[in-house]
Design a protein around this ligand. Structure first.
Ligand SMILES: C=C1C[C@]23C[C@@]1(O)CC[C@H]2[C@@]12CC[C@H](O)[C@@](C)(C(=O)O1)[C@H]2[C@@H]3C(=O)O
Ligand SMILES: O=C(O)CCC(=O)C(=O)O
Ligand SMILES: [Fe+2]
Length: 334
């Protein structure tokens, strides 16, 4: 165990020796689905190989993202400020959170992408073509992972989870993050925070990075585990708050953060799979029993999203929806 800190006033524990699960989607289906369930229960995080997202689609999206972040600040500002969508620099969200990051936060519906591309790129058709292709391919991967998960949990209706994000009104987002290299910000020691600790509010996040270190996940005891960025071809998957609620706490919505500690700049592309705003989020009936009654009250995704935006990045929003032991809704199963 190595002791390190990102805050001079606080000693943090970091564990470099944990191998996070890697799941090969070409392996036997029932084996892959059980591995996914185990990873979601243990860490709320895993990596997937043989994911089926074509390399040229990833490369095209990465090239557009790199091209955008390489522009002068004044040009990038044309796509900002992020309120919450668009270009943001250092300010994350609407509540004063700051990080060593610049980003583009985009809705994933075609009209939004086509419209927003006009202030992002001098070749908006090329930019929107790259984003639309990437979003479609990554959505397919997210659906495949959710189907495998649902099978592993013994769920009866084949596409119960994936149907939520296939919906044309789905509120899924794409976020392109760029963290400047440490030499640009003067090799800070302890390392600076690129993206402060948080959980992702949605169902599932699928993340790609350019192979530069920085992402860390938090174990339940508060110890930080650096996620090595390899294999570079993999997608990294994390459970979001909504999936924790739907699985009645069986899957963990993992806390994570990004530290800027590298000589190279990090580029990450996160797809946040979400249902449409009016979808009611309940725990799946198969996962509540008299011995394990529902932990959270039901809410719509729109209600949860609103609560998220009213709070700071690191706040734990799930607590607001927790049922108390004496709450009668706890006994009226999902
Ligand atoms: C400070 C905030 C930024 C955020 C909305 C929030 O109020 C709290 C959650 C943040 C987060 C984290 C995961 C995703 O990056 C994100 C897009 C999301 O859905 O929730 C961001 C929000 C944001 O940057 O707009
Ligand atoms: O950049 C990363 O690796 C993670 C970013 C992240 O957690 C987010 O955008 O919500
Ligand atoms: Fe995140």
């Amino acid at each position: 165990m190595v002791i390190a800190s990102t805050n001079p006033m606080k000693i943090e524990k970091i564990r470099e020796d944990i191998e996070l699960p890697i799941i090969d989607l070409h392996s036997d289906r029932s084996q892959a689905s059980l591995q996914i369930v185990k990873a979601c229960e243990q860490y709320g995080f895993f990596k997937v190989l043989n994911h089926g997202v074509p390399q040229e689609i990833i490369a095209r999206m990465e090239e557009e993202a790199q091209g955008f972040f390489a522009k002068p600040g004044s040009e990038k500002q044309r796509a900002g400020p992020a309120n919450p969508y668009g270009y943001g620099c250092k300010n994350i969200g609407l509540k004063g959170d700051i990080g060593e990051v610049e980003y583009l936060l985009l809705q994933t519906n075609t009209p939004f992408i086509s419209h927003k591309s006009k202030c992002i790129s001098t070749d908006p058709n090329k930019f929107s073509y790259a984003v639309i292709g990437y979003v479609e391919a990554v959505r397919e991967l997210a659906c495949e992972i959710l189907d495998l998960m649902w099978e592993g949990l013994g769920g009866p209706e084949a596409s119960a989870l994936s149907g939520l994000i296939r919906d044309a009104e789905s509120d899924s987002l794409l976020r392109l993050n760029h963290y400047p290299s440490a030499d640009v910000i003067d090799h800070p020691s302890p390392p600076k925070i690129g993206f402060g600790e948080h959980t992702d509010p949605q169902i599932l996040t699928l993340l790609r990075s350019n192979g530069v270190h920085g992402l860390q996940i938090s174990l339940e005891d508060g110890v930080w585990v650096p996620v090595n960025p390899y294999p570079e071809s993999a997608f990294f998957v994390n459970v979001g708050d909504v999936l924790q609620v739907m699985t009645n706490g069986r899957f963990l919505s993992v806390r994570h953060r990004v530290v800027v500690n590298s000589y190279n700049s990090r580029l990450s592309m996160a797809y946040f799979a979400a249902p449409s705003l009016d979808v009611k989020i309940n725990c799946l009936s198969e996962l509540a029993t008299p011995q394990k009654p529902p932990l959270y009250r039901s809410f719509t995704w729109g209600e949860y999203k609103k609560a998220t935006y009213m709070r700071r990045l690191g706040d734990s929003r799930l607590n607001l929806f927790k049922l108390q032991p004496d709450d009668e809704k706890r006994d009226s199963f999902c």
